[in-house]
Ligand binder design. Structure first.
Ligand code: SAM
Length: 270
């Protein structure tokens, strides 16, 4: 039986720069278990096709779809294989991405190794996340460009800039959306749709999945409502706990909400 090569050995054959970026080890830890499955994999950014060729060998039973803003000569780059499909278009062109979505319907893995511009990375994620299957992975490489103003990142305001790193950092709150003790909380687009976000050096992995576990602390994002329900039904003292939780605690929560809203407006964070 021929020896099955690991991802690093295959990447070495094609001289993929995912080795020197130290991405291969991380990729292998996710992909080893699923390499024989029939997957649909999309990579944004083809260049010389080194990663498409690597995935093509590694995921023998899968379809590897590559998109690139530039025309790719598939014969010259030796990408004319049965399990590779290449399309020309921009990752931030909604019409083009819609065509990709109509053709492939859904993906198991999406890798963004395209322009690495903050606006493109965020736009592609917003356009493509819905096409990921449950348990699917959305991976963004080279997120160090978030710290570089020449890529639309911001090295001067790491916490509050519109960089894609901050976009993914904020996404971690969607993991715990049920726990936010703010009765005025407005549900965000990805709340309940993500089960894991893992950051590595210069890359991030987002796992799609249903995340709707009920909170033990709050009901409908309200701690005081939860406490009132819990205590009044356990003791029968409805009036006492109504005054405590629905009036005093609620007033305190509303005060903090107003205070923080004014603070955010003054700091232009709204
Ligand atoms: C880093 S290279 C891709 C390398 C390839 N994934 C690999 O590992 O071998 C980036 C590629 O993204 C493409 N690109 C740049 N802007 C893009 C955009 N807006 N949409 C799609 N592709 C883009 C470039 O043409 C370039 O080929």
């Amino acid at each position: 039986m021929p020896e099955t090569k690991n991802l690093k050995s295959i990447a070495e054959i094609y001289k993929s720069d995912k080795i020197e970026h130290q991405y291969i080890k991380v990729y292998e830890s996710y992909f080893e278990k699923i390499r024989d499955e029939k997957l649909k994999i999309l990579e944004i950014g083809i260049a010389d096709g080194k990663s498409l060729l690597t995935w093509s060998d590694y995921f023998k039973n899968s379809v590897i779809v590559g998109i690139d803003i530039h025309k790719i000569n598939i014969v010259e780059k030796k990408l004319n294989r049965n399990n590779i499909e290449v399309h020309q278009g921009s990752q931030s062109d909604q019409t083009f991405i819609q065509k990709i979505i109509s053709k492939y319907k859904e993906f198991d893995i999406i890798i963004d190794d395209g322009s690495h511009l903050s606006k493109d990375v965020k736009k592609s994620f917003n356009l493509l996340f819905s096409t990921l299957k449950d348990d699917g992975l959305y991976i963004v490489e080279d997120i160090q460009t978030s710290y570089n103003h020449f890529f639309g990142g911001n090295p001067f305001d790491l916490k509050y800039s519109n960089s894609h790193m901050n976009f993914f950092k904020h996404l971690t709150d969607s993991l715990n959306h049920q726990e936010v003790a703010n009765p005025f909380y407005i549900k965000k687009k990805y709340d309940g749709k993500i089960t894991n976000i893992s950051f590595y050096h210069n890359m991030v992995f987002v796992r799609k999945g249903i995340n709707d576990l009920k909170s033990k602390e709050v009901i409908n994002n309200s701690y005081e409502d939860m406490k009132y329900l819990e205590k009044s039904s356990r003791t029968g003292k409805k009036f006492q706990y109504f005054v405590k939780y629905k009036i005093f605690y609620k007033a305190y929560t509303i005060f903090l909400f107003v205070f923080n809203t004014i603070k955010k407006i003054l700091l232009l964070r709204i």
